[in-house]
Design a protein around this ligand. Structure first.
Ligand SMILES: [Zn+2]
Length: 451
């Protein structure tokens, strides 16, 4: 078996054949750094991480680039609103993004490309498009891509330009818009008063790049004109990725990306996440609700990346106890690491080779945990092998010592129980729970574990 992935370009599952042997160039559309990513964005980054981990597991050499959009319409609005400099605002959120990435045990990209470091590359790409007749300057000095010049425009989102005639007579300066609003889009935005201090003096005039050109320029600069895989959420398909393809292919005459992979939306309580609907969660919000970030990661695997998934606190709380069971079972396997069970490993790769079927791979992990025919040390080796792909960080897990405060409360509770003071004993149990521990009464006395 070999890896098969769903390619948004063809709307088909295809055998994965990299452009250069065992090397894989991978580009992921990263965050726009003017606030904290919401958990739907994290779904996209965890999906990219699963893909990257599995490619590495399958002996590919992956070079992974993620962009950090640090100049864009929303950022400029926020800079004006908060009275901060662009660097101050974006620098803060970039650091926060890295912290959250580590909390979720996401393997860092090889390169984090900040858009503002690539202005020169964007300018030369836009000049190339103007030279080739695909871009033009408007009266206000902004430069637009002429979508009618690109015969293949629409090939990713699968629509025909003819159907869009009316709208397409206009121009679009905004970075984000809907498919029925396809228009010539801005590559370079001439400076206006609202931009304040955010501008570059370049051969194209005083202004700033459009969002779409950023990713084309950075992907080509770091990974070459043609790359293997580009990932993002389905909301990136139009206009962002459609425009990336148009700009890049019209500038180079070469294929930009061989495989586009997109993850579906994460809904919250059955609705699209939005601040106004009050169902907007960041990673911090989950942590404040006592949700273990790695349990959130595990919960994401229970749905295939191409299916819409519905986040509810109850569902993730259910995964919390599953994750705890996994940790306990793993720790009970002892110190020794044996050899990986081949039968399980074959099944594991079979599932993941099929367009990253994480729900099946996860179910297999549970079969393995429960399998009485596999000796502990081999079970441990196989779980650790799977975890290279899952990324639960089990290798870093150690038996934690119970803090003295908890031990002390537990002793007090034993005394209360001996004296048949059930009220006090219950109170002490509640207190232990509120400190994040749970206590079970067994034949050998109380057993304490982390909640
Ligand atoms: Zn992008």
């Amino acid at each position: 078996m070999s890896l098969v992935i769903f390619n948004t370009l063809t709307r088909k599952k295809e055998e994965f054949k990299p452009l250069n042997g065992k090397s894989v160039s991978l580009y992921t559309c990263g965050p726009t750094v003017y606030n904290y990513p919401q958990i739907g964005n994290w779904r996209a980054y965890i999906f990219a991480d699963l893909l990257k981990r599995y490619l590495t597991y399958s002996h590919y050499n992956v070079k992974h680039v993620m962009n950090l959009t640090d100049v864009e319409d929303k950022i400029i609005r926020e800079v004006a609103l908060q009275g901060k400099s662009l660097q101050e605002l974006t620098g803060f959120y970039i650091e926060e993004f890295f912290k959250d990435r580590d909390t979720l045990n996401i393997v860092p990209a090889d390169i984090y490309a900040r858009a503002t470091d690539y202005i020169d590359a964007m300018v030369s790409l836009i000049k190339k498009l103007m030279d080739n007749g695909y871009a033009y300057k408007s009266i206000d000095g902004s430069i637009y891509f002429d979508i009618h010049k690109d015969k293949e425009y629409g090939k990713l989102s699968h629509f025909k330009l003819e159907d869009l005639k009316e709208n397409a007579l206009n121009r679009m300066k905004k970075d984000e818009y809907e498919k029925d609003n396809a228009q010539d889009f801005a590559l370079w935005k001439a400076w206006t008063k609202e931009d304040g201090d955010v501008f570059w003096e370049t051969e194209l005039g005083k202004g700033r790049p459009g969002w779409h050109i950023e990713c084309s320029a950075m992907s080509m600069k770091e990974l070459g004109e043609s790359i293997d895989i580009h990932t993002g959420g389905v909301d990136n398909i139009f206009p962002h990725h459609e425009n990336e393809i148009a700009q890049s292919e019209c500038a180079t005459g070469k294929m930009f990306v061989k495989y586009f992979m997109h993850n579906e939306h994460l809904m919250v309580n059955g609705e699209k996440m939005s601040k106004s609907a009050g169902n907007f969660y960041t990673l911090e919000d989950l942590i404040n609700k006592n949700i273990n970030p790695i349990a959130f990661r595990m919960w994401l695997y229970t749905s295939h990346y191409r299916t819409k998934t519905n986040f509810t606190l109850e569902a993730v709380e259910g995964t919390m106890s599953a994750f705890k069971r996994l940790k306990d079972a793993y720790l009970a396997l002892g110190e020794e690491v044996g050899s990986v069970d081949k039968k399980y490993q074959t099944k594991f790769t079979e599932y993941l080779d099929n367009d990253l079927d994480s729900p099946k791979a996860l179910a297999l992990l549970w079969d393995l945990v429960k399998d009485k025919d596999i000796i502990d040390k081999d079970k441990k080796a196989t779980i650790l092998d799977f975890d290279k792909v899952f990324g639960f960080g089990l290798d870093k897990l150690q038996e934690e010592e119970t803090p003295n405060e908890i031990l002390h409360l537990s002793e007090e509770r034993e005394i209360a129980r001996k004296n048949k003071n059930w009220k006090k004993s219950d109170e002490l149990r509640d207190q232990i729970n509120s400190l994040g521990y749970e206590i079970k009464d067994t034949e050998n006395g109380p057993q304490i574990s982390k909640l």
